[in-house]
Design a protein around this ligand. Structure first.
Ligand SMILES: Cc1cc2nc3c(=O)[nH]c(=O)nc-3n(C[C@H](O)[C@H](O)[C@H](O)COP(=O)(O)OP(=O)(O)OC[C@H]3O[C@@H](n4cnc5c(N)ncnc54)[C@H](O)[C@@H]3O)c2cc1C
Length: 114
């Protein structure tokens, strides 16, 4: 059972990131599902505007013991992006493809292979 002070986490996120912080019931309901039949209501939503927002969000969630979950287009079919976690929605601001490597078949984010 998670024991997380979601209000405190939300206000620290508001203070420390540029992106959007949505911990209201409506937003949490919106992000409770993906393209599957699974339902899990998240702790809250962060829509990071920058990579630094992602780093800061993960650091704050770590301090609060809150799980984190990245989310893209929500098209996963087996509930991969539904969880009791702080969901980071990358689809609004962090959607630029920076590089493609068709020969080496590596994905890339900021020039870093993953
Ligand atoms: C109609 C339909 C047809 C499909 N056909 C195919 C197919 O032919 N082949 C195929 O391979 N798949 C197929 N899929 C599956 C789907 O396309 C993949 O699951 C898709 O790649 C998920 O991408 P997403 O950005 O929507 O991720 P999400 O659904 O948002 O997330 C999926 C997983 O990736 C993680 N994730 C998302 N973004 C990030 C990030 N920035 N950093 C770290 N982790 C992240 C999430 O935490 C989650 O675990 C299909 C889906 C649908 C609905």
């Amino acid at each position: 059972m998670l024991n997380i002070d979601a209000d405190a986490l939300a206000s620290e996120l508001h203070a420390r990131i540029e992106g959007e912080v949505r911990f209201d019931a409506g937003s949490r309901a919106l992000y409770a599902t993906d393209a599957s039949n699974y339902r899990q209501v998240p702790i809250g939503i962060v829509v990071p505007r920058t990579i630094d927002d992602v780093v800061e969000t993960i650091a704050l969630c770590r301090e609060h013991g809150a799980p984190v979950l990245s989310r893209g287009g929500d098209t996963s079919l087996c509930g991969q992006c539904c969880n009791v976690a702080v969901v980071m929605d990358m689809s609004k601001y962090l959607r630029q493809i920076l590089s493609l490597d068709p020969d080496g078949k590596l994905g890339g984010n900021a020039g870093q292979p993953f």
